[in-house]
Ligand binder design. Structure first.
Ligand code: NAD
Ligand code: IPM
Ligand code: MN
Length: 356
């Protein structure tokens, strides 16, 4: 049995989580996966009511008693500084030491690519975003706040251990998946501390002679992603650069509505979530695409050793998008629930076909 903590969160996070729960429950019943889904109401509503984002002790419960966490999205206009999201989402990433933020980028269908003449063949890159350090370390603050002398400082932290383990994860994955090159994106020409990334990258690369190590300054890497995406297979980068490049990667894949992610550490409880946020302007309108969330659940099943079930989900998503049975952001006309119904139908058709 696999125990899964489900945190819908806020806004469209709640809407897409409702749909994926329904789909997972059917898949579980059909394939006897032994999933136990337990919901947790951590998010803005509870934070505004109680002042607590993640209750004390909860991290240990997730670490020791659960096999995975599935999260919708965090963000609510009533919490303008996003304090609850930092406490819950960044709290879980840091607290569970989930140092790999794994974000694959490839269009599910030719028409989803915004680049002329470039489709799923040319755009197929996997971004390894460092997830526990960098400028997200929260060192700094605002001094003389509210005065004309105010100074806001944010310092980055990069440790040899932290940098090495994410670079290693990228090379290891590239090697296991037959990739020919890994690209580093840093800013070592302007930020001296990023020299640690470049030195470590070269050292780790030397252990993988069959894989070409390519170094880019991150500004040039962003350009390369758009002008020559076919030249990129695996990208490894810092927390902040990874945040930005993965939204760019999502744009190359058809948008945030179809971009999944996994937060991983082989020794901890993994967390799966769409790359998108709570999209307040879409909330309550039935416009949110459930695909990114369903694909995140597929990544989760793969990690739980259920590769067959994972493929059922991702194939069903891909088919519905290819047929136009999807939400408006990816060229369809369906609502969130109708798009999830279409995925469910496709998934069940696939299962029946195998049985007969
Ligand atoms: P967002 O990802 O919520 O939205 C960005 C754009 O993508 C919007 O145009 C939105 O309509 C579109 N979009 C996002 N998800 C979609 C979906 N499933 N289907 C169709 N279109 C979709 O980013 P934002 O507007 O910058 O942030 C809104 C809130 O979400 C903020 O509070 C932010 O901090 C938070 N946020 C949370 C996460 C997370 O929980 N992992 C990620 C990003 C942003
Ligand atoms: C993401 C989001 C988060 C991040 C925010 C909500 C803190 O943008 O998961 O990409 O910056 O990591
Ligand atoms: Mn982001």
């Amino acid at each position: 049995m696999a125990r899964i903590a489900v945190i819908p969160g806020d806004g469209i996070g709640i809407e897409v989580t409702r749909e994926v729960m329904r789909i997972l429950q059917v898949l579980d019943a059909e394939m006897r996966l032994g999933l136990s889904l337990e919901a947790f109401d951590f998010g803005a509503e509870r934070f505004l009511r109680t002042g607590v984002g993640l209750p004390p002790g909860q991290m240990d419960v997730f670490r020791t008693e659960f096999d995975a966490i599935l999260l919708g999205a965090m963000g609510d206009p009533r919490v303008p500084d996003n304090a609850h999201a930092r406490e819950i989402l960044l709290g879980l990433r840091f607290g569970l030491d989930l140092y790999v933020n794994f974000r694959p980028c490839s269009p599910l269908a030719e028409r989803l690519s915004p680049l002329k003449g470039k489709g799923p063949q040319e755009i197929d890159m996997t971004i390894f975003r460092e997830n526990t350090e960098g400028i997200y370390g929260a060192i700094g603050g605002s001094f003389k706040r509210g005065t004309l002398d105010e100074v806001a400082i944010a310092e980055e932290i990069h440790t040899r251990k932290g940098v090495e383990r994410i670079i290693r994860a990228a090379f290891k994955w590239a090697s296991a998946h037959g990739k020919r090159h890994v690209a580093l994106g840093d800013k070592s020409n302007a930020i001296a501390a990023h020299g640690l990334w470049l030195r470590t990258f070269r050292e780790v690369a030397a252990e993988y002679p069959q894989i070409e190590a390519r170094h880019y300054y991150v500004d040039a890497l962003a350009l390369q992603m758009v002008t020559r995406p076919e030249s990129l297979q695996v990208i490894v980068t810092t927390n902040l650069f990874g945040d930005i490049l993965t939204d760019l990667g999502a744009a190359l894949s058809g948008g945030l509505g179809v971009a999944p992610s996994a937060n991983l550490n082989p020794d901890s409880t993994p967390l799966f979530e769409p790359v998108h946020g709570s999209a307040p302007e879409l909330t309550g309108k039935g416009l949110a695409n459930p695909a990114a969330m369903v694909l995140s659940a597929a990544l989760m099943l793969e990690h739980l050793g259920q590769a067959g079930a994972a493929r059922r989900l991702s194939t069903a998503v891909q088919q519905t998008v290819a047929e136009g049975q999807c939400t408006r952001d990816v060229g369809g006309t369906l609502s969130t629930t109708e798009a999830a119904d279409a995925i469910l139908d496709r998934m069940l058709q696939g299962l029946r076909r195998t049985r007969t």
